[in-house]
Design a protein around this ligand. Structure first.
Ligand SMILES: [Zn+2]
Length: 215
């Protein structure tokens, strides 16, 4: 997880969110089932495009490149379930791009007293530590620990792809460290910096590896 910045609210939400929210809340007040055509109105091309831009098409939680693994989900940071925060269904600040697995793991869980780490608000650097391919909550950080456990930030399939990523970057760093020609060294450094950029998958852990290994 890395810190992200929210774009401005897409015009389609600014123009419609109040009307959409009122209609949705009407169903809830009347105790009626909410048609998906009413509850899913946030799912617009412009909204998705803006969310993709903010998180470099990566899951806001696990940093997997979402388009590479499957369809991206629009995640409600505070769940939109009718007994949770339905009034935030169309609030852009409450949306983020997520992979299906993180989205599902989080589900409709949310504890106001121990809220999950929100990469648009919190700086994950202050909550997590990368240990190789593992992402650990800092000692005593209950919010980070709950996020790590519930979203399963260290699930086996993630560890596997992160290890592959670390191995390929480690090879690059070793080549860099052994190179004596300064021009070549500079080019290799540029390449390493590109590979650990925020727009690349798993940059939270890869940047820490480079920090530790680069001479
Ligand atoms: Zn994810």
């Amino acid at each position: 997880m890395i810190q992200l910045n929210k774009n401005g609210e897409p015009p389609v939400l600014t123009a419609n969110k109040d009307a959409w929210k009122n209609e949705l809340m009407g169903y809830i007040q009347r105790g009626e089932k909410i048609p998906s055509s009413v509850s899913n109105r946030y799912n617009k091309t412009e909204v998705k495009e803006s969310l993709r831009q903010e998180s470099y098409s990566k899951c806001i939680y696990c940093e997997s490149n979402v388009q590479h693994i499957s369809y991206e989900h629009i995640e409600h940071i505070k769940p939109k379930a009718r007994d949770k925060y339905p009034e935030l269904t169309f609030e852009y600040e409450n949306l983020g791009l997520s992979c299906p697995k993180c989205n599902m793991n989080k589900g409709a869980e949310y504890d106001e007293n121990v809220p999950y780490i929100n990469p648009f608000v919190d700086n994950p650097e202050n909550h997590f530590k990368a240990i190789g391919a593992l992402i650990w909550a800092l000692p005593g950080d209950r919010r980070a620990r709950l996020t790590e456990l519930d979203i399963e930030l260290n699930r086996p399939e993630l560890l596997e792809v992160r290890r592959e990523r670390l191995n390929s970057i480690r090879s690059l760093v070793e080549i860099y460290n052994q190179e004596t020609n300064q021009r070549l060294k500079q080019s290799l450094k540029n390449e390493i910096e590109t590979e650990i950029g925020e727009d690349k998958p798993y940059s939270f852990i890869t940047s820490k590896l480079v920090e530790a290994l680069l001479n």
